[in-house]
Design a protein around this ligand. Structure first.
Ligand SMILES: [Zn+2]
Length: 197
């Protein structure tokens, strides 16, 4: 049994009994929606790494790895979905799974944004630390810069502080610093700033 690409109803004739679209028209509609959804997903995929630099969680690298996997799975789904639609194969389940992925980058970005934005500056806690090492990976947009310090958190060896270019250049291994950390309005601790002691 084939289903209408647009509304998903079982198709008995070329014209869908449910939405009235012919199979060619339904494919055009499907494609239009697919492109729109993919664009929303890709825009969110830019928003999430951006927000993660504005209010960087302490575990930003872990989150970016998780995010990378999510992004890869969604793109795989998009490719398979597009191919199956082109070959007029069953797509209903895949369509639904793919739709579920579309808002995820936006939800993650909004979570980090609210977590940082609604946090009060009064909540900053300062931890004395010493710069252990640095890491710089130039990127197309802003690159990745990290200062490593020994962690004050239980069960965590190092903190990888997501610093900006200025702070990256200001500090060298061995420098005594204090690290400002905010608890996060949603309970995700995030890196506020690093200062010389
Ligand atoms: Zn239909």
């Amino acid at each position: 049994m084939t289903r209408c690409l647009d509304c998903g109803s079982p198709r008995t004739a070329d014209q869908c009994p449910s939405c009235g679209l012919t199979s060619a028209a339904a494919e055009v509609m499907f494609r239009r929606r697919f492109v729109k959804r993919t664009a929303i997903f890709l825009a969110g995929s830019i928003a999430f790494p951006y927000v993660s630099q504005v209010y960087p969680p302490l575990d930003v690298d872990l989150m970016l790895v998780f995010y990378g996997i999510l992004f890869f799975v969604a793109l795989m789904l998009a490719v398979i979905l597009e191919r199956r639609a082109r070959n007029h194969q069953e797509v209903e389940v895949l369509k639904r799974v793919y739709s579920g992925f579309i808002p995820l980058p936006w939800i993650l970005a909004a979570t980090l944004f609210v977590n940082g934005k609604l946090d009060s500056q009064k909540n900053v806690v300062y931890h004395p630390a010493t710069i252990d090492s640095r890491y710089n990976m130039p990127g197309i947009v802003r690159g990745t810069r990290r200062l490593f310090v020994r962690s004050w958190r239980e069960g965590q060896k190092y903190e990888r502080l997501a610093v900006d270019a200025d702070d990256y250049d200001r500090f060298k291994p061995g420098d005594a610093v204090v690290v400002g950390v905010e608890p996060g309005a949603l309970g995700i601790p995030w890196y506020y700033g690093v200062y010389r002691r």
